[in-house]
Design a protein around this ligand. Structure first.
Ligand SMILES: Nc1ncnc2c1ncn2[C@@H]1O[C@H](COP(=O)(O)OP(=O)(O)OP(=O)(O)O)[C@@H](O)[C@H]1O
Length: 231
């Protein structure tokens, strides 16, 4: 689905150069659920941002299907994100003055092949909360609205940066269940960044980053259901 080859990212900070990624090769496969683990500063967010066209590599290649995005400019990357990528972040970034269903409609109104906003909220278990405002929802419910908003355009890629980082275990598991369901039912290739080793057990593949490099890739023959995960 998406292919990175020899991807490096360097940031110039005054006189010093920060090597965020060093020669990463990674394929995100169609329909898979990938968990990206690694210590703070190992390059996880940088990698996810490059996969999703939010950032560009200093070196290396990025391909989406048979579309070469290496060297793509801002307009081409915006088009790529708009058509194909859904993002979920640690903080939900909902519009406080809009209800759950209105937050999701912000995306469905401008998408080519959207799901119905209420159906997207149903997919994440929130059919009873369509007309609640963010302040009337728990943290886990707000994150599930953010997931519904990300998936309502039926993206081929769903990229999640610490989606359970701000949540307790019980709520975090509900969010993981929503991501798992979206991955299995919509078939969106899903990548989840986390510090939390336990979450690796629900993945088809676990990729570990260390110091900007891929330290290991493991395939899970029998991924665990999110309800079995505890931390
Ligand atoms: N915009 C930037 N400017 C300068 N350095 C940056 C920038 N973004 C990231 N870095 C540096 O690149 C390295 C990798 O950062 P990144 O955020 O990808 O790591 P991470 O594994 O996601 O960390 P965390 O788990 O703490 O979020 C870090 O050393 C970070 O300080």
């Amino acid at each position: 689905m998406v292919r990175l080859r020899g991807v490096s990212k360097r940031y110039q900070m005054g006189a010093t150069v920060v090597h965020a990624l060093r020669g990463v090769d990674l394929d995100l496969l169609a329909g898979e659920l990938l968990v990206l683990l690694g210590p703070s500063g190992s390059g996880k967010s940088t990698l996810l941002n490059i996969l999703g066209g939010l950032d560009v590599p200093t070196e290396g290649e990025l391909t989406y299907g048979d579309h070469d995005l290496t060297g793509a400019g801002p307009d081409e990357l915006t088009e790529y994100r708009r058509r194909h990528v859904g993002f979920v972040f640690q903080f939900y970034n909902l519009i406080p003055s809009l209800t759950a269903v209105e937050n999701v409609r912000l995306v469905t109104d401008i998408s080519e092949h959207p799901m119905d906003a209420a159906a997207a909220l149903d997919l994440v278990g929130l059919s009873e909360r369509l007309h609640h405002y963010p302040a009337q929802l728990s943290g886990g419910e707000q994150q599930r609205v953010a997931i519904a908003r990300a998936v309502a355009k039926q993206p081929q890629l769903l990229l999640c940066d610490e989606p359970t980082g701000a949540l307790d275990v019980k709520t975090g598991v509900l969010v993981l269940e929503a991501l798992h369901r979206v991955n299995r039912e919509l078939g969106s290739s899903t990548a989840i960044i986390t510090h939390n080793e336990a979450i690796g057990s629900m993945a088809d593949r676990v990729v570990r980053l260390r110091d900007g490099r891929i330290a290991s890739v493991e395939r899970n023959a029998t991924p665990a259901p999110p309800s079995d995960i505890a931390w």
